[in-house]
Design a protein around this ligand. Structure first.
Ligand SMILES: [Zn+2]
Length: 328
């Protein structure tokens, strides 16, 4: 990185004053002879700021950039994440961060907008761990639907909702259907839409139970948000099920579809239901996996992210070809 030249000491003094007092701003322009370069070199910057502007990522964009994008694309990816515990090692924001980062990667390969709306999702069964924030399905549905109405007003027409947290699946399906039934917009769920483009080699056979904050998810976080995973803190969880669920667990592990369906209908539910299947009641670390999350690697995460991103790009490009922009 090339460091800009230090400004004239007088300019630095004036700029320091600007931070404390907006009324001093005219002084900045009165500092005769100070070039624009010198002024920007001395501009105070938040020492915690690390991000760089990402193309097509709505929070980073100016309105003229959004206007220019609308001339090229009518598609928006909306990640639907969560703020919930992710074991001893994963950040609370995992589901928001990972789905948003994936959406940004997709938008670098095919021209679409990425518009995150909310950080929390529907996570009532994680509330036993501090930090989790849960919103009702009704609240999520209302907020996302109203956000889509704003985007429709600007001219966006196609919405790709990206479910970053399995607990949002039913809510996202409902939002997608509402957009299709009640507005001029057209919506799909991106994970489902891109599934046929995933390579067969990645659709593995029976795998170890590794559902939440386990090896798979932690690997994805290690790749997408490397500074936020505390792998040293990870350890294998002690899993405790109610006796009747424990009894059918071997059939679930063997992939029996009926056993899996009835097991999942009861497992991972809020403490208030009395089912004794909230994460605090089933796992001591918050991870719901029979594997040790310490085995997670950035390389595994990269392979999973790459497989998803390329399948999503293929779907989006196919949709662009099937229905060119501007079709009424
Ligand atoms: Zn998660």
């Amino acid at each position: 990185m090339i460091r800009p030249k230090a400004p004239h000491p007088g300019v630095r003094r004036i700029l320091r004053g600007v931070v404390a007092c907006a009324a001093c701003a005219p002084l900045l322009f009165a500092a005769g002879g100070a070039s624009a370069q010198a002024r920007s070199a001395a501009a105070p910057a938040n020492p915690l700021w690390r991000a760089a502007k990402v193309r097509n990522y709505l929070p980073d964009m100016t309105w003229p950039e959004v206007q220019a994008l609308l001339a090229r694309s009518d598609m928006v990816i909306i990640p639907v994440g969560a703020l919930e515990q992710h074991g001893l090692q994963g950040p609370i924001g995992t589901d928001f961060l990972n789905s948003t980062e994936e959406a940004k990667l997709i938008a670098q390969r095919t021209d679409v907008l990425v518009a995150p709306i909310l950080l929390p999702g529907n996570s009532p069964y994680h509330m036993g761990f501090p930090g989790t924030i849960t919103l009702s399905a009704e609240t999520l549905e209302r907020v996302y639907f109203e956000a889509v109405q704003s985007l429709l007003q600007h001219g966006f027409r196609r919405f790709l909702l990206l479910t970053g947290h399995a607990g949002n699946t039913a809510t996202v399906r409902f939002i997608v259907d509402r957009i299709n039934q009640e507005t001029p917009g057209v919506a799909v769920e991106l994970g489902e839409a891109s599934a046929p483009y995933r390579k067969a080699s990645l659709q593995r056979g029976p795998r170890a139970f590794d559902r939440h904050a386990g090896v798979g998810e932690t690997s994805v976080s290690l790749y997408l948000t490397p500074g936020l995973v505390d792998l040293a803190a990870a350890r294998k969880a002690v899993i405790t099920y109610p006796a009747h669920l424990q009894a059918i667990e071997p059939q679930v592990a063997a992939g029996d579809p009926t056993a899996s369906l009835v097991f999942l209908a009861e497992a991972l539910k809020a403490k208030s239901t009395g089912k004794h299947t909230s994460t605090r009641e089933m796992t001591d670390t918050g991870s719901w996996s029979e594997l040790d999350p310490k085995l997670a690697t950035a390389a595994q995460g990269q392979a999973e992210v790459e497989a998803f991103v390329s399948s999503a790009v293929q779907f989006i490009d196919a949709w662009k070809a099937l229905r060119p922009m501007g079709v009424k």
